[in-house]
Write a protein that binds this ligand. Structure first.
Ligand SMILES: [Zn+2]
Ligand SMILES: [Zn+2]
Length: 601
């Protein structure tokens, strides 16, 4: 385990040291350089106007002059005239252009001047996603989505319940559109028409890299690996799972990916050559990558990271709009400086507003304690919380309130020698005299050798493993539901059905009153709000200095010393009313088994 953590640390350090990615708009193939079309550069107000129209800042149907706040018009006009800005045929400055320019400057984090200056020019020439930032259809309140279908609409509210967090990212007027109608019509729609009410109505989505659309620069294996990784990153923060499907008829594939240049793949949009637009996505459907761009594998240090672009475009297909935060993966411009990018908090909240949060029961939960030496020679005790579900585990970073990126990982990868199907319980006996880690499964248990990161076949006391639980812990027989060690009274608490067995570690025998009913040892604070028995996991949390009992999608927290000082009427060891697991520990998400071994580590 320690070795794994050390390796991760080294890898992360290496990734960090690699200098920031540099973007080259030419491909590596120097022999083919003459064939590469270059994207039109934004150099003057005419090209800027085309840019603003293309990405939806100037609306073609916008007949009315925009209204400026009082007093602002004069300033904008004078600034525009100084720059020799665009003018309409009648000779008066084009207010729509200035208004669009301001909007672009605002979302790009530039000073909002309405002036086509060098900074604005540079921002327009950055590599970017082809999905418009502003969509004219959405601005038109009369626009109604049409469906040719006559079948009954499916109720999909549960899947598309938008939260406030996501609404904050969407400045447009929200309109109700029926997802089922959208899905049936299969009409290609631009992803920026997201209203917070569109999403896939299923959680397992099939994807395919289409044969006529392979990249000419990366091997097919590299392309597929990167796409698997990109889909996996969304799986890690949402209940969605993705699987590559190379056999089903094309119309049954939910997300089709392909590379092309200029006119491509029967798409209604053209690609612009090397530079600027690198990809675009269509709602609930297709993702196209501009093969004139220099796409590279992650952390190459040059070119455009295909992984980063793919994660962004998948976000659109799933229903996300552009999000104007530099940390967001849904930010429209390609930001080359962060090589080790992640899906940030706002992105998570946005995708979860469409598809909900991850839920599920756990077989074992525990804090893994370890001693580490600081660079100053000081020995410190650190811990992380681990969640196991069958043969897989997640490391939960309490400080950041999220799982480690790239999880879940197979139990056998993290703990060498444990059963591949996972364990029932974990106990770390930890006091002045003893420091022993045990895992329990069925009627047996193993002692873990943390130094050598593997189970003991024989420990220093001459005991060989696995052993029968009844031999090591007289009075307790397996299988147990779960267990934990309480440092405060040096007892192991074994849970089995509706009973709890208190095992005195020092005396090596059961406490005299054991076993007892769980409801007696851990009474409910609110009558009948109690797990009663058949627990999934019991866990002593060093962060909270108290015990959590988990069952199904709920947990019960035992009152802490602090709770009892605040409220003296609370009985000792009593259980606070249940809460949802996902309200305490965020985004512990399954990924599809086909991508479990796809990891960046
Ligand atoms: Zn985009
Ligand atoms: Zn296309």
């Amino acid at each position: 385990m320690l070795a794994v953590i050390r390796l991760i640390f080294i890898l992360r350090t290496v990734i960090f040291i690699i200098s920031a990615e540099k973007v080259f708009h030419s491909r590596d193939h120097s022999d083919a350089m003459n064939d590469i079309r270059q994207a039109e550069l934004i150099t003057d107000t005419d090209t800027a106007q085309r840019f603003l129209s293309k990405y939806g800042f100037i609306k073609a149907t916008d007949g009315d002059e925009p209204s400026f706040p009082a007093g602002e018009t004069e300033v904008s006009l004078s600034l525009d005239l100084q720059e020799g800005g665009t003018a309409s045929r009648s000779g008066s400055p084009d207010l729509r252009f200035i208004s669009a320019l301001k909007e672009f400057q605002q979302v790009s984090g530039l000073p909002v001047t309405g002036v086509f200056d060098d900074a604005t020019k540079a921002a327009m020439n950055k590599p970017r996603c082809g999905v418009p930032d502003r969509d004219e259809e959405l601005e038109s309140p009369e626009q109604v989505f049409e469906s040719n279908s006559t079948t009954t609409h499916t109720h999909t509210d549960a899947a598309v319940n938008a939260s406030d967090a996501a609404n904050n990212t969407e400045p447009h007027v929200r309109k109700q559109r029926h997802l089922a109608a959208l899905l049936r019509s299969r009409r290609r729609r631009d992803a920026s028409t997201w209203t917070g009410h569109m999403a896939f109505s299923k959680s397992l989505l099939k994807w395919r890299l289409i044969g006529e659309g392979y990249s000419s620069q990366l091997s097919i294996d590299e392309q597929k690996y990167i796409f698997r990784l990109a889909f996996r990153m969304w799986s890690e923060v949402s209940p969605l799972q993705f699987v590559e499907d190379t056999h089903s008829p094309l119309e049954d594939i939910d997300i089709r990916l392909g590379f092309g240049t200029g006119r491509h793949l029967g798409c209604s949009q053209r690609f612009d050559g090397a530079g600027r637009e690198f990809a675009h996505a269509w709602f609930l459907g297709d993702i196209h990558f501009d093969d004139d761009e220099h796409f590279t594998v992650p952390n190459m240090g040059s070119g455009i990271s295909l992984l980063k672009v793919a994660v962004h475009e998948i976000g659109h297909v799933l229903g996300l709009p552009h999000i104007y935060r530099s940390e967001s993966i849904m930010q429209p411009s390609y930001l080359p400086q962060d090589a080790g990018f992640e899906i940030d908090w706002m992105d998570r909240k946005s995708i979860q507003s469409l598809y909900g949060v991850c839920k599920g029961r756990f077989s074992t939960v525990f804090d893994w304690i370890r001693k580490e030496q600081t660079p100053y020679g000081e020995v410190v005790v650190r811990f992380n919380t681990y969640f196991m579900r069958d043969g897989w585990y997640w490391l939960y970073e309490n400080r950041n309130n999220r799982t480690r990126y790239g999880d879940p990982v197979a139990v056998q990868v993290g703990w060498h020698g444990l059963p591949s199907s996972g364990v029932d319980a974990y106990v770390h006996v930890w006091n002045r005299k003893a420091d022993a880690v045990y895992f329990f499964k069925g009627v047996q248990y193993w002692r873990y050798d943390s130094e050598n990161d593997q189970v003991f076949t024989e420990d220093s006391d001459g005991r060989s493993y696995p052993r029968l639980i009844s031999e090591g812990f007289p009075g307790v027989s397996g299988p147990v539901d779960t267990a934990y060690y309480d440092r405060r009274d040096t007892h192991i608490y074994f849970f089995k059905g509706s009973q709890v067995f208190r095992f005195d570690v020092r005396a090596n025998r059961l406490a005299s009153s054991s076993p007892q009913k769980i409801t007696e040892v851990f009474p409910a604070v609110v009558p009948s709000n109690h797990p009663v028995g058949n627990l999934d996991a019991a866990y002593f949390s060093y962060s909270h200095n108290t015990v959590f009992l988990l069952k199904g999608s709920w947990f019960w927290r035992m009152v802490s010393g602090r709770d009892r000082r605040r409220s003296v009427s609370l009985p000792p060891n009593s259980l606070m009313p249940r809460r949802d697991v996902e309200q305490q520990w965020f985004d512990i998400c399954d990924v599809h088994q086909s991508s479990l071994r796809t990891t960046r580590r």
